[in-house]
Write a protein that binds this ligand. Sequence first.
Ligand code: MN
Length: 214
Amino acid sequence: MENILNQTYPFKNEPLPYGYGGLEPYIDAKTMMLHHDRHLQAYIDNLNKYIETKPEMQGMTLEQLLTRFPDDIEINHNAGGVYNHAFFFAGLRRGSSQIVVGLSGRLLQLITRDFGTLENMKNQFNSAAMSVFGSGYAWLCVDPHGRLVIVTTANQDVPFVPTSGLKPLLNVDVWEHAYYLKHYNLRADYLRDFWNVVDWVRVSNRLDNCLTMG
Ligand code: MN
């Protein structure tokens, strides 16, 4: 799923590595099927259609498109929609949060340094996610000074545009389509379930990549 972030035109959807039902009972199979097959797929289709006639955009990754064309509303909506969903789906996994193996190293060190405890980080992340009015995302990111920060984005905005220098580690989709079938309008319940399916190994690897790349 995270391979989508390395693709260029034409962008292609990838199957969820854990299947539609792989996050049950925390996120239900029907939500995942609709979210992946319809919502993400629509962003991919619309992005490909838009870029079809724009050769100058065809060799670019999602991040390059978003960074190079920050004022292009079609890129914002569709490249942002693909990026945010691919990043979100790739950051989930059943079982990893119980093992917490990814939290043994540098990630836990930085969380402890910048938030005091893992619980504090989760609480701040939840508050941020609850504060998103309408549709958007909450993110855990690394800032240009190597500090962990929590930010929110509206609609399909991404945290590195305009040039914030932020590198994302974890996001949660708080558009209602991400949780309404199971959790109705109870975003807090969805967020509680979300923490049970965070892939801490992935988050930890993302951090290592950010710090390695400088
Ligand atoms: Mn979504």
